[in-house]
Design a binder for this molecule. Structure first.
Ligand code: JFZ
Length: 445
């Protein structure tokens, strides 16, 4: 697993606070972007794809940094990248079968190699490899054909580019000259973002990553200029920054890495939850990029619970896969995606298009809601009887989501007691989420 540096000086937080709150005011956001944010909130589930030259070494996406591979040898390695089994239709079909509504793929990761046709550098998959095809073009066309949105992950950090200077917390053993022109580097970023938002049709948005390598004021990332460029080229494109801080002006989604919003078990996520749409990105095993020895795959019930827990916190789940260097999806990942899709075929109605429910996350589970319907997701509860606090409205109906079986309800001023049908005691592998549907009287908003 990558070893990422701890870089963020505390004093940075404070000044961002004031700007953060202003960032979330919607008054300056055009209607098509507000609509895109609503679409995003309804989508709830996306597929993350970390795929690139690093996949060849099967040690994750930080191998150039972790193994201190200089630019020369890594460029040679890039010249051998030839994923002849890559099939955009297959990838998008697996994503559809999983029930995801969008895909976010690495267009350029920290190793600086561009997985798309670009005029900004020859260090790209079309000009530098025997593959000579643009997989992002094929994926974009297939996503448009099959009705999925495509987002591009784009690394602001670059271990290859000579103008990524002064260096930040990483990329010191690459053999690059100890000099460079930072503004020329930022021009390079903007020129590639222009290509990504011009040559691939309507794009869901840009998922930025890497700013944490040189947190301002060490570096002026010219964010307002870059964000304005993106919003000008595609007014409905969303900006999803993985800078692990509170939202900044011009951003559209707050994403948390390997953590549910507010939790900070990973140690680098802010605990400050803003008012933007939320997302949590998650590895299926312990690696983002393909790692040939990483067998620590999460179970299907674990992944279902994470999706539900995220939805109960108004957050999307962006679940990652790390395809293999030949362009195929690891079978352990594909079977889990198809299983998730089967679960969503039954329970999708309690997830898609919902918002966090009237009862905040509890040890036993979470609630989601849509209109006058509340979904009680019983994830971890040993008993048939479950006592809930008041929902702020009278319950007029209760049944099991999957079977329609009636659920007994006793309610008072202080709360609601549900009695789940017999034989559905514990939430187990076969039934990771016992979903109770409560119909409530129209609530006093
Ligand atoms: C970042 C990337 O470095 C990683 O390769 C992957 O793309 C992930 C989605 O995002 O992960 C990080 C980056 C920085 C820290 C931790 C994880 N950090 O600063 O502690």
């Amino acid at each position: 697993m990558m070893r990422a540096p701890r870089l963020l000086p505390l004093w940075l937080g404070a000044s961002l606070l004031s700007r953060g709150l202003a960032a979330q005011a919607t008054d300056s956001v055009p209607p098509e972007r507000l609509a895109a944010r609503q679409w995003y909130r309804d989508a709830k589930f996306g597929m993350f794809i970390h795929w690139g030259v690093y996949s060849l070494l099967g040690q994750g996406e930080w191998v150039m940094q972790n193994r201190e591979i200089p630019v020369g040898p890594y460029e040679w390695l890039a010249g051998t990248f030839n994923p002849i089994k890559f099939d955009a239709r297959e990838w998008v079909s697996v994503a559809k079968a999983a029930g995801v509504r969008y895909i976010t793929i690495t267009s350029r990761h920290h190793d600086g190699f561009s997985m798309f046709a670009t005029k900004a550098t020859r260090y790209n998959i079309v000009d530098w490899t025997p593959f000579k095809r643009d997989p992002l073009k094929e994926l974009a066309d297939e996503c448009h054909r099959q009705g999925l949105k495509l987002f591009f992950y784009y690394s602001q950090l670059d271990w290859h580019h000579p103008d990524y200077w002064p260096r930040g917390g990483t990329g010191h053993k690459t053999g690059r000259p100890e000099n460079g022109d930072w503004s020329r580097y930022l021009d390079f970023l903007d020129s590639q973002l222009t290509e990504l938002l011009t040559n691939y049709g309507p794009i869901g948005g840009i998922w930025f990553d890497g700013m944490w390598d040189k947190p301002s004021p060490d570096a002026d990332w010219r964010l307002p200029r870059t964000y304005a460029l993106i919003h000008r080229l595609q007014p409905a494109a969303l900006i999803v920054p993985n800078h692990h801080q509170a939202p900044l002006p011009g951003e559209d989604v707050q994403t948390f890495e390997q953590d549910l919003p507010g939790a900070n078990t990973a140690g680098f996520n802010t605990e400050e939850i803003g008012r933007l749409p939320l997302e949590t990105s998650l590895t299926m095993n312990d690696s983002w990029g393909f790692n040939i020895t990483d067998r620590r795959y999460k179970s299907v019930p674990e992944l279902i619970r994470y999706l539900v827990k995220a939805a109960g916190r108004d957050a999307n789940l962006l679940l990652n896969i790390g395809p293999r260097p030949d362009g195929t999806i690891p079978p352990e990942a594909e079977e889990r995606l198809r299983e998730l899709g089967r679960w969503l075929t039954t329970y999708g109605g309690s997830i898609y298009g919902t918002r966090r429910g009237p009862i905040s996350p509890r040890d036993w589970g979470v609630t989601t809601e849509r209109g006058d319907t509340v979904f009680v997701h019983v994830l971890d509860w040993p008993d048939r009887v479950l006592a809930l606090p008041t929902l702020g409205a009278r319950v007029v109906g209760a049944r099991m989501f999957a079977t329609g079986e009636r659920v007994e309800v006793k309610q008072s001023e202080t709360g609601v007691v549900l009695t789940l049908p017999a034989g559905r005691q514990t939430s187990g592998a076969e039934d990771p989420d016992r979903v109770v549907v409560l119909t409530v009287e129209a609530r006093r908003k």
